[in-house]
Design a binder for this molecule. Sequence first.
Ligand code: FMN
Length: 164
Amino acid sequence: MRVLVAAASRHGATSEIGETIAEALREHGLEADAKPPEEVHDLAGYDAVVLGSAVYVGKWLDPARDLVERRADELCTKPVWLFSSGPIGEPLRPSPEDAVDVESLVSATRARGHRLFGGKLDKGRLGFGEKAVVLAFRAPEGDFRDWDEIRSWAAEIAAALAPA
Ligand SMILES: Cc1cc2nc3c(=O)[nH]c(=O)nc-3n(C[C@H](O)[C@H](O)[C@H](O)COP(=O)(O)O)c2cc1C
């Protein structure tokens, strides 16, 4: 059983989530490749797909949305899970209801589920426009990714893919 983990990231935090999911799937006995979505040209070799993106202004990044558009028909024939990463702070903001709208992505891929994880904000890595948005929302800096939560979600996926 080979799983593709494709994660779209602008500043690296979501790529690291994708790599951690792939590593956890391997620990559960599956083969797993972590790749950015723009490098995914063929799904033929994969039995299942985990696709995720960082969230910017309520949306997934283009490479992840493009992969859904390009490959929707094929994705519908495989078990698919989606994840998003974005909210920051304690408590996490935006709230899960406001962070991202993935309804159309879930239905286009017939995903088995969607999980929202906390994100990471390092103001030193942001571009000028991004800094302005962060300032306007008074977003706090820090790493709010919960690695135990991420690993346990990967374990749930591995269990769902395990032969009966
Ligand atoms: C300009 C900007 C806009 C953002 N918009 C959202 C948003 O709408 N919803 C959200 O949950 N997180 C938002 N975030 C937080 C990012 O999704 C978070 O920092 C994420 O971990 C970045 O991942 P990356 O390093 O993979 O790009 C925003 C961050 C920036 C800098």
